[in-house]
Design a protein around this ligand. Sequence first.
Ligand code: NAP
Length: 281
Amino acid sequence: MTAHIIDGIALSKQLRADVAKRATALRARGVVPGLAVVLVGENPASQVYVRNKVKACEDSGLHSVLERYPATLSEAELLARVDALNRDPAIHGILVQLPLPAHIDAHKVIEAISPAKDVDGFHVASAGALMVGQPGFWPCTPYGCMKMLESINYDLKGKHAVVIGRSNIVGKPMALMLLQKNATVTICHSGTQNLKALTLQADVVVAAVGKRNVLTADMVKPGAVVIDVGMNRNDEGKLCGDVDFDGVKEVAGWITPVPGGVGPMTITMLLVNTLEAAERG
Ligand code: NAP
């Protein structure tokens, strides 16, 4: 058996076309959806992410502002910039690219972003809203994973979902979103004993660890849906996920590739959140 591929690029195209349509409708009402991306320092990976986010905005008819600061920027200066963006009516979403230099308290900076503009969904108010099932911005990566499940009309009710990883930006919100859709959810982490015994019971596995081959074919129930959030490099330096794709695709029913899976969906959901922030006014 060879799994069906859930194509994050194709799905992103569809969703981005919808974003562009809704952005045009907003513009007709005199509102230009705007995202501010703040980058502090010279982290090469962050520079690529930020460029991709800005380009995605441009391609979808969203206004974007990229603010770049040297790594020497003080925490107080960054907080002052966030405050100014909170007040700027042309900006509907604010994203401060992580990681920040060590002398800046990232938590403090995220908490300074107005929850109404927290399109990354990292503010405690956004996390709380997800927790209690109230409207708020969902973190883009797990939100993108949910859209992937939706795209294959997968009914999560009563299904066993195993999430590997419990970070605040992926694992934990992912588990809450799956729970909200009535899955029975198990959250695994570095202290989990016998991961394989758990994943073998799973109808859905989401791997969000950051280590190659965390999930191999012998750990997957035949027909399961496997979502690979991981971003790693293999021995040849090529991008790969947490899942042994070649092996697991012979057992799973559905699988997301890396690259071309969750990655593009993450940026797409940032566009969706920014548009929604603008629509909410
Ligand atoms: P993170 O903060 O480092 O969290 C990793 C999680 O994996 C932790 O909860 C850790 O457990 C758990 N873990 C580590 N080793 C494990 C093991 N052997 N078995 C089970 N669990 C284990 O990472 P993250 O920010 O969530 O990101 C995870 C991966 O997704 C990374 O590769 C990252 O680059 C990628 N990512 C991709 C996107 C995208 O757009 N595609 C977006 C975000 C992240 P403990 O809590 O016990 O330490």
